[in-house]
Design a protein around this ligand. Structure first.
Ligand SMILES: [Zn+2]
Length: 185
């Protein structure tokens, strides 16, 4: 028997000004470096549900990011769990900070690291205080967080959604596709 070890990893998207360099890592997305190699055992059927307080516009943002990742045709595929039994959640939180989003995991360390559950959230308070280009920015943050949700780490490649603290892209880039293809061959 192997003893399972659980740990939690938290990723946050921080706007670039001050904190970017402290959060920057220099791993390519497909090195899967800074999530401690956690990955889904069944990447083709990664389920999520919304936490009950998630407003409709945020559900649309998350769903849009899901569709854009799924459209890349990798072996990772996310879908809504209509039964609501999955532990994995998307939703919002409110924090008075320049953190725009966060993704956490619990992983089990047995023969590699299997993700048990993961949660992604967008900081509603940040976006409330940042009305300009809000939808566009939310999509960018949601894409970044769902990259983490699927097991990608940060990337030093340009262009990449998974660059830490840099949010330029509204669609997955080649680097994200390469990363997912590497993690889930
Ligand atoms: Zn990140």
């Amino acid at each position: 028997m192997f003893k399972a070890k659980n740990f939690k990893v938290v990723h946050v998207a921080v706007f670039m000004f001050v904190l970017f360099f402290t959060f920057a890592s220099y791993a390519l997305a497909y090195n899967n470096y800074d999530i401690h190699s956690c990955k889904w055992a069944s990447p083709g059927t990664i389920k999520y549900k919304f936490i009950s307080t998630t407003p409709t516009d945020y559900k649309t943002i998350f769903a849009t990011a899901v569709v854009r990742f799924n459209a890349e045709g990798t072996n990772a595929n996310m879908s809504l769990d209509y039964g609501g039994t999955t532990p994995n959640t998307f939703g919002i939180y409110s924090e008075d900070s320049n953190t725009m989003g966060t993704t956490s995991y619990t992983c089990t360390l047995i023969f590699g690291s299997t993700i048990n559950s993961s949660d992604s959230g967008l900081n509603n308070l940040y976006f409330y205080n940042t009305p300009n280009r809000k939808d566009e920015l939310q999509i960018k943050v949601a894409l970044h967080e769902l990259g983490h949700f699927q097991a990608l780490g940060h990337s030093s490649v340009t262009p990449a959604v998974m660059q830490s603290g840099i949010l330029y892209y509204q669609y997955p880039q080649t680097d994200e596709v390469s990363g997912l293809n590497s993690v889930y061959p």
